[in-house]
Unconditional design. Sequence first.
Length: 291
Amino acid sequence: MKLTGLHLLLTFQCTLECDHCFVWGSPWQTGTMGVQAIENILRQAQDLGTVEWIYFEGGEPFLYYPVMVRGVEQAARLGFKVGIVTNSYWANSLPDAREWLRPLAGLVDDLSVSSDLYHWDERISRQARYAQEAAAQLGLPLGIISISSPEDVGDTEGTLMYRGRASEKLVENIPQAPWESFSECPYEDLRDPGRVHVDPLGYLHVCQGITIGNMFARELTHLWEAYDPESHPVIAPLLRGGPAELSRQYGLSPREAYADACHLCYQARLSLREKLNEVLAPDQVYGIFDG
Ligand code: SF4
């Protein structure tokens, strides 16, 4: 098991409140990493010795711009490749976009801009276009992350997954399949995750909301050594038989049909939170904002 990517959810807050957001990003969310937390996380990543990429994402990491830039500088100084994921709300014009991006030039190896019909009213937003042009002028590698939607199928690269807010907002009027048919996790390598997310509370996630410990309570090196997917109360059943097995193992009563594996998985986890609150955390990722 080799961890090569550590993605920092710098904040759960966001300028937008997209229906498809895995982590319930919102202007009203709570939870943001401070400079000391970032330093701590970067040091732990360095101690592990296998991490190559550090990403800053959220929520919207540009909301905490000075903290993000400091984190990017530190990560680059420590020899990590650095990525950022943003909705580019800050790119109101080309000159503005250049100013926002200038401090990141030479430090960031991947600037990913989320732009699609969930984020904006056009697939490639005006802001994304300004960010793209400014990044090109500054020599910053930029890619667009675009999730397909019913209005935009076939022209985008990402698949919509019905977890987080999507599992509550987007599942009406779409084809559904019997719950027993979701017998594997189609998206995450739960046995050997190459990248994981760490949130502002320190929780380490193999999929958003499924945690394998807390980096503020125990060092990443120990958490990684101790990770045993076959004995994890949520991951073990997922590996044996996907979200259907997770539901079976805990005697849940799923409804007849679900939009996809993530929809069943997320809804099953919601009903297991009280029993497994240590691993199904934090509240923010389950749509509870004041937790
Ligand atoms: S099935 Fe569950 S663990 Fe797999 S990607 Fe979907 S939500 Fe995550």
